[in-house]
Write a protein that binds this ligand. Structure first.
Ligand SMILES: Cc1ncc(COP(=O)(O)O)c(C=O)c1O
Length: 393
């Protein structure tokens, strides 16, 4: 045995995702990459906005030799201050520098937050369909995942949520706009959701944290506003990144913002800073902290995603696929035309279209299409979608 039993189990659990990835590589080798339509990854193909390169250029042309050293584990004060200003402007909540921690992406932020608040056996609730890493991140910090289902519109079942909270419940992770459904929770949902949390906080006599995982917050369609959990629940930890909205996931830059309304924030902040250090992140990448700090209000062109969403929705509807139109992020999560989503994704693969089964997101009977890809992949996939649905009806 060279790896832990647990790791062997995790590898086994995720093996079909890996197999799909490997099969995709095989398919591309066999038929040529231009004949395989890979809509499986949430890896934006767009270039980051030009202003990012201008900022990087300025940093390189005016080198500060001390800028590559270790720094306080929370990050550069100058960047944290800018992020606090950005959050204050975009949320109307008064964030201050001291309550911002720069992280290695949203994934880093989630791990830092969970490490800081979980004792072994504490429960973390999240809702289907979910970003698969939540399960592993929770396990990283000896937490127990408690997964609550959602309805056909992908709105969490609040009655089950209410019944699932107990004295082990430490945190709830929410993700809106959602990967993989594209759903954006509305105010009505947050009102009911926060009422349940307040009731249980009263009973428990302590806080239940909401960790709001929001890397897609600025990828919204049809002029929609994304209501903010900060308006509804005081004990909120915002975890976000620039991976998606600046299209720089490889640069690993994100942040945590603590709601100004959390009590005893400085103790929580001490925990977050320590976690960032001992998880081995030490601090978020120094160069990227400096590169993004003046362009926080910029994003990639969201219309590029909108036109892709509209095209795919129109074409797939004509073919008879059933789905909830995404309101944000860059995924579509249709119902599998057959019950077994894994089998259907295999049929799609035979027709040279690569997508991810809903089972991977805790929601069997669906599959995820990622539309943060080039037009050739999107347009080229349609005939494969057509052959696949026709082959089973
Ligand atoms: C819902 C969600 N949360 C977190 C992440 C991780 O983002 P990052 O690359 O910023 O760590 C992703 C990435 O796909 C995601 O979809």
């Amino acid at each position: 045995m060279t790896i832990s039993k647990k790791m062997s189990e995790f590898l086994e659990q995720g093996s079909w995702i890996r197999r799909m990835f490997e099969d995709g590589i095989e398919l591309k080798k066999k038929f040529g990459p231009e004949n395989v339509f890979d809509l499986s990854l949430g890896n934006p193909i767009f270039s980051p906005p030009d202003v990012l390169y201008e900022e990087m250029k300025k940093l390189i042309e005016n080198p500060d030799k001390s800028a590559h050293r270790y720094m306080p584990n929370a990050g550069l004060d100058s960047t944290r201050e800018k992020v606090a200003e950005f959050l204050t402007a975009t949320t109307n909540h008064n964030f201050i520098t001291e309550n911002i921690l720069m992280t290695g992406g949203a994934g880093g932020a989630l791990n830092v937050a969970l490490k800081s608040i979980l004792d072994p056996g504490d429960e973390v609730i999240y809702f289907t369909p979910f970003f698969p890493e939540y399960y592993f991140y929770t396990d990283n910090h000896a937490g127990i995942s408690k997964i609550i289902d959602s309805n056909d519109e992908f709105i969490p079942d609040l009655e089950s949520f209410d019944n699932s909270i107990n004295n082990k419940t430490k945190a709830v992770i929410i993700n809106s706009p959602n990967n993989p459904s594209g759903v954006v929770y509305d105010k009505n949902f947050y009102q009911k959701f926060s009422k349940i949390l307040q009731k249980h906080e009263m009973i428990l006599g302590r806080e239940i944290f909401v960790i709001s995982d929001e890397p897609y917050r600025r990828i919204l369609f049809d002029g929609l506003e994304c209501p903010n959990i900060l308006d509804f629940h005081d004990n909120t930890i915002v975890a976000s990144s620039f991976s998606k909205d600046l299209a720089i996931p490889g640069e690993r830059i994100g942040y945590i913002g603590l709601s100004p309304k959390i009590k005893n924030k400085s103790l929580l902040m001490d925990g977050l800073v320590f976690s960032n250090r001992v998880l081995g992140f030490v601090n978020a990448p120094a160069f990227m902290q400096r590169a993004i700090s003046n362009i926080l209000f910029n994003t990639v062109d969201v219309d590029e995603y909108l036109t892709r969403r509209n095209y795919l929705c129109e074409e797939l509807l004509k073919l008879g696929y059933d789905f909830v139109k995404p309101k944000g992020a860059f995924y579509l999560f249709p119902k599998s035309p057959i019950e077994d989503d894994i089998s259907f994704t295999k049929i799609l693969k035979e027709n040279k279209v690569l997508v991810v089964p809903g089972s991977g997101f805790g929601k069997k009977g669906y599959f995820r299409i990622s539309f943060c890809v080039d037009w050739d992949s999107i347009k080229g996939s349609i005939s494969g979608f057509e052959r696949s649905i026709n082959s089973i009806s």
